[in-house]
Write a protein that binds this ligand. Structure first.
Ligand code: KE4
Length: 427
């Protein structure tokens, strides 16, 4: 497979660590140089050579309306003319918090940050400060951003690059994080039996996206809620990917489980930097300045990001009954792709949850990180490169999710299926 080489990447690597500002963008797992983007609109993204691709990465989730939605762009431009950052509260932040709190009732009080990492990092600190306990449980293959305590057995780029553990994180801190197999409630019971009185929080992706898509099974989340309530452990749902992805609200609202804290990001910023932490009033009130757990940010609640998020959520609110449409497109695409792989005799299985999906290069099933890691990542890389050549931009890692937006058309889906058939000819 001839690998792409670009001058852009050569230049970038001379001044930016690894040539990128986030590791998964380097395409290390799929080979060749990463394509550099010049612009995007709707379901399409364009590289610096002007080539068009149908985009299923959507900036790793945020662009659910499609790229450069006119009303979101207008909101950003109108806001920018009035100034870009004040370091003072604005009423738009209150409006966004009201809209999110109404859509996700468990989020009684919120705090805005500039990234999902900050939201998750703050959630951990808050849980520790509120409970007076130090240990946390996360799950293998789940990724909650790059805060020290959470880079243990993480997914996403950590899994993609096969980075062992968490270099740079002191052992004395890493040992306060227990990472357990996803979907394994017995392992949780055992850990709580051993460390219950020391456990501040359990943090979980309610639908995992960072080992590839893996859904909770056998009442996993309900049992986590039961165990954490019984032992006074703060249950944190990391909905940075799932928030407003499946419905106008959280995945928690679809399944009727209320966590104590929720992290949001991606979609709620409409493509600009926003993270949100929210949850039970009594816990959130321990955050400074009402409480003593410190958290801050120069650009937290930034007017541009908040107004991009507001415009995005208002548009999604109007589409609340149309989420089924993008789910249907995703289902149609996944069924067709599975048929193509079956016909070709290539072991592949697709995990899909509503409009997010991952094509695993193995027979499956994939229901946790060890099973996800059985995938043939070399074959994945060759398929990825083949699809790029056919004009389809998938997530450049076996351990990531692909997404459909409200801008994807039936013609895009049909084109993608044909592109897959063509790519398989050369696999
Ligand atoms: P950010 O700090 O990247 O905004 O959010 C961190 C984060 C937290 N929680 C979940 C469930 C997440 O998926 C993420 C970030 N997702 C990755 C892709 N799966 C971001 C892409 C990247 O790292 O470049």
């Amino acid at each position: 497979m001839t690998e792409i080489k670009t001058n852009s990447f050569t230049q970038a690597r001379q001044v930016i660590a690894g040539g990128v500002n986030s590791p998964v963008r380097a395409w290390q797992a799929v080979g060749g140089d990463p394509l550099f983007v010049s612009q995007a609109r709707g379901s399409k993204i364009y590289d610096v050579a002007g080539r068009e691709y149908i985009d299923y990465v959507l900036s790793w989730g945020p662009m659910i309306l499609g790229h450069a939605h006119p009303e979101v762009i207008d909101a950003i431009c109108c806001t920018a003319r009035r100034g870009t950052s004040f370091g003072a509260p604005t009423e738009a932040e209150t409006q966004l918090a009201q809209l999110i709190g109404k859509a996700i009732p468990s989020m009684e009080l919120l705090r805005m940050t500039s990234s999902g990492t900050e939201a998750a990092m703050t959630a951990i600190r808050l849980a520790r400060g509120y409970t007076g306990r130090n240990m946390i449980i996360k799950f293998d293959g789940c990724y909650h951003g790059h805060a020290d305590s959470l880079l243990v057995q993480a997914g996403s780029g950590v899994a993609t690059l096969g980075i062992p553990g968490s270099p740079g994180v002191p052992e004395c801190l890493a040992e306060l994080t227990i990472s357990l197999p996803y979907n394994n409630i017995d392992a949780v019971h055992d850990a709580v039996e051993s460390y219950g009185s020391e456990l501040a929080a359990i943090i979980v992706e309610p639908v995992a996206g960072n080992m590839g898509v893996v859904e909770p099974q056998n009442g996993f989340l309900a049992k986590l809620r039961e165990i954490t309530a019984k032992h006074g452990i703060v249950l944190i749902f990391d909905e940075v990917i799932t928030g407003f992805r499946f419905n106008f609200g959280g995945y928690q609202d679809l399944i009727g489980i209320k966590p104590d804290l929720t992290c949001l990001g991606k979609i709620i910023g409409g493509g600009l930097p926003v993270g949100v932490l929210g949850g039970k009033k009594e816990i959130m009130e321990t955050l400074a300045p009402s409480g003593k757990v410190y958290q801050a940010g120069t650009l937290s609640g930034n007017p541009l990001a908040v107004n991009a998020g507001l415009a995005t959520l208002q548009l999604l609110q109007a589409k609340a009954d149309s989420y089924a449409d993008i789910d249907k497109q995703a289902k149609q695409l996944c069924i067709a792709l599975e048929k193509l792989f079956l016909t070709k005799g290539i072991p592949a299985c697709i995990n899909r949850c509503h409009s997010m999906f991952t094509l695993f290069f193995q027979a499956g099933p994939v229901n946790d990180f060890p099973s996800a890691k059985k995938s043939d990542t070399n074959l994945f890389a060759r398929f990825f490169q083949g699809m790029i050549k056919e004009g389809i931009w998938l997530a450049p890692s076996q351990f990531e999710a692909n997404f459909i937006s409200f801008a994807h058309t039936d013609a895009d889906i049909t084109f993608t299926i044909s592109a897959c058939a063509a790519a398989l000819k050369h696999l």
